[in-house]
Structures are given as structure tokens and as C-alpha cells.
Design a protein around this ligand. Structure first.
Ligand code: PMP
Length: 367
């Protein structure tokens, strides 16, 4: 069959839409609490909304396919050259570009157990193989976290890409500067190292690596980021890769000419200027994580300490029925059995009121 690699794929499972659940329960959408997709609970940055309004009259024209203005602004902010940036329709699009350029039949990707679900999908979709490294068991690194030594052990002659999510979704764990530096030093240069930093803006840890600073040292490094999380623009779909200019040039060859739309370009650029919104987002997240951790401790539930905008908790029993019961209470979270964590639920950090609603519903459901 010509579609053979695709037949083996399980599609990415998005969070249940608010409108769908509201219809099912006969409730107003405003009554539903959705903490399922690691979105920004404060909404988009006000400056981005203004920019969208200003950009609307131009939408009869094609967007700037090169993303000139956004790339220049990003480059200044990140301390890189614009030619090092590849824009994507969300960072998932960038991960897909990477797979299309560097993977394919006869080639393989390496990633960790419990790693972000798009890595196996992007890998299999292009007919490449995958080698999955066991995660830390808790003795030499955070339990469920990426074990970069074990990932190196999985690198073989046909490996061309290694995917590392830092921090990882759904575990919220991270690899340290020393661990990542050792990994990149030991990795053969023919293997592209993708460091997926979708949640980096939330991170407040001294030993978290500044991977962008290593781009000159490791020409096989690609750092990916997104406007979907801390920048609050998930619905507009903007992400990007930062790499060696030659790698960016390769990614650009397979990129759809207008993969980032006009409103998204305008909004992302304005979002970079809205530092007040970003600060408030990070503060809300820090407080929300503490609120959720305190509740899990009070309920005697084991959780995986997280530095992202979500936290994954062990509900002590099969999690899908708990997820279903929470839905009936109007609360949408995420079961993560497809990540090899059948007793865990991932909950995104919401506003204090949303976190409270989730905790109250969880307490009721767990009895
Ligand atoms: N990487 C990781 C680790 C993620 O969790 C996500 C979002 N679920 C993405 C990439 C992709 O996000 P987006 O396509 O919205 O940029």
C-alpha cells in the first residue's frame, strides 16, 4: 500500500473543545473549565489584539511569505541572525519540516519514553524508524524525565535526528545545562539535535540551559519555540526554529510558501512587545503551580514536579474514568495513557479560580 507508514500512525489527540462539552452537558460555554491544552489562561496579549485589529484590512493580500519583520524582531531579541530563523504554523509545523528534511525511509529518530507525542507522529509520517530511550527511573534524574545517556545509547548508524523536549510535555521535567552540554558534545555531528523549548518562557531554574547560546558551537543543533504557550496565541499558530543558517535554508526549501498567516505574523510581533502580559502570565503560572501542588499534597496524590504551565498527577487508579467523571463536572483535563502514563492526568495551570474549580471537582470525583 502506498500509504503504508501512515497506517501505523495514531493521530494526535487534542483537548476536547469547550463548545462540544458545553453542548453535551447543556451548559453555557462560560461554565466549562478547560485545562487541557497548556494554553495561556489570561488570553492573548492586549498588544497582539490591537495589532490584529490594525492588520485586518490587509487580509485580502497574501501574507509576507518570508516573515521579514517578525524574523528581524525575533533575531534582535534572541541575539541571532534573521537567516537562522524558520517560521512555522505553530512549532508542530517546524517539527514536521525537520522530519521532512532530515528523516525518511532508512533513517531513524531517537527520543525518550513519555516524550511529546508529535515526535513519533512526525517520524512515522515520513517513513522513518524510531528508537525510544527509557526515561529516568528516579535514581539518577527526575523520575519520568529524559535520560540523555540512555538516548545516546539509542543512537545508531541510521539515526539522523534526536528530539529533546525541554521542559518535556507531559512530564514537566527538564534536562540541565550540564546534561544537555554533555549530550551535544557526545552526539555525532551528523545527527540533528532538536531542543524543543515550547515552554521555556515559564522556566525559572538556574541550571536550565541557554541552548540558543550554543548554536555556534553545535551546528547540528535546532532550538524550537512557540507563541502558543506563554505568548497566548495558540489559536493563531506561530512557532519557529533557530538553527545554523544552512539548516534554516534546508528547512525553508520544504516550507509552504505562506505557512504563517498575516494576522499571526502581526500578532506575534506585537506579543514580543507586551512584556507586562508575559510577566503577569509567568506570575500566574508560578502561583497556580504552587496552588495545584499544595492541593495534590493535601489529597495525598503523587505528582511529577513541573516547570511548565501544566502538571501531571497520579490519581492512583486508571485515569480515563477519572477524566470522564471530571468532564461530567464541566472540567476538561488530559489523560496521558498514550504517553505510557495510564494512571496520570495532565492538568494545565489556569487562573486561581479555574484551578480551584478543578481541585473541587477532582476531590468530588475521587471521593
Ligand atoms: N512542543 C511541545 C513540547 C508541546 O507541548 C507543544 C504543544 N502541545 C508543541 C511543541 C507544539 O505547539 P505549537 O504547535 O502550538 O507551537
Amino acid at each position: 500500500l502506498a500509504v503504508q507508514p501512515v497506517l501505523g500512525l495514531t493521530p494526535y489527540q487534542p483537548g476536547k473543545p469547550i463548545e462540544e462539552l458545553a453542548r453535551e452537558l447543556g451548559l453555557e460555554p462560560a461554565k466549562i473549565v478547560k485545562l487541557a491544552s497548556n494554553e495561556n489562561p489570561l488570553g492573548p496579549p492586549p498588544k497582539a489584539l490591537e495589532a490584529i485589529r490594525r492588520a485586518l484590512p490587509e487580509t485580502a493580500r497574501y501574507p509576507d511569505g518570508s516573515g521579514f519583520s517578525l524574523k528581524h524582531k525575533l533575531a534582535r531579541k534572541l541575539g541571532v541572525q534573521p537567516q537562522q530563523i524558520t517560521l512555522g504554523n505553530g512549532s508542530n509545523d517546524v517539527l514536521d519540516l525537520i522530519a521532512r528534511v532530515f528523516l525518511g525511509p532508512g533513517r531513524g529518530a531517537v527520543f525518550s519514553e513519555h516524550a511529546f507525542a508529535v515526535y513519533p507522529i512526525a517520524t512515522q509520517a515520513v517513513g522513518a524508524g524510531a528508537r525510544v530511550a527509557p526515561a529516568h527511573d528516579g535514581s539518577r534524574g527526575p523520575r519520568y524525565g529524559h535520560d540523555l545517556g540512555a538516548m545516546l545509547d539509542q543512537v545508531s548508524g541510521d539515526t539522523t535526528v534526536a528530539f529533546i523536549a525541554n521542559p518535556n510535555n507531559p512530564t514537566g521535567t527538564y534536562v540541565t545545562r550540564k546534561q544537555l552540554e554533555d549530550f551535544l558534545t557526545a552526539l555525532p555531528e551528523r545527527v540533528i539535535a532538536v531542543v524543543d523549548e515550547a515552554y521555556s518562557e515559564y522556566v525559572e531554574r538556574d541550571d536550565y540551559p541557554d541552548a540558543l547560546a550554543w548554536l555556534d558551537r553545535f551546528p547540528n543543533l535546532i532550538v524550537t519555540r512557540t507563541f502558543s504557550k506563554a505568548y497566548g496565541l495558540a489559536g493563531l499558530r506561530v512557532g519557529y526554529a533557530v538553527s545554523h543558517p544552512q539548516v534554516a535554508e534546508l528547512l525553508n526549501r520544504v516550507r509552504q510558501p505562506f505557512n504563517v498567516n498575516h494576522l499571526a505574523l502581526a500578532a506575534a510581533e506585537a506579543a514580543l512587545d507586551d512584556e507586562a502580559h508575559l510577566r503577569k502570565t509567568c506570575r500566574t503560572n508560578r502561583e497556580g503551580l504552587m496552588q495545584l501542588e499544595a492541593a495534590f499534597q493535601r489529597l495525598g496524590l503523587d505528582y511529577i514536579p513541573s516547570i511548565g504551565n501544566f502538571i501531571t498527577v497520579d490519581v492512583g487508579r486508571e485515569a480515563v474514568p477519572v477524566f470522564d467523571a471530571l468532564l461530567r463536572q464541566g472540567v476538561i483535563v488530559r489523560p496521558v495513557a498514550n504517553y505510557g502514563l495510564p494512571n496520570h492526568l495532565r492538568v494545565s495551570v489556569g487562573t486561581a479560580a479555574e484551578n480551584d474549580a478543578f481541585i473541587t471537582a477532582l476531590e468530588r470525583v475521587l471521593g
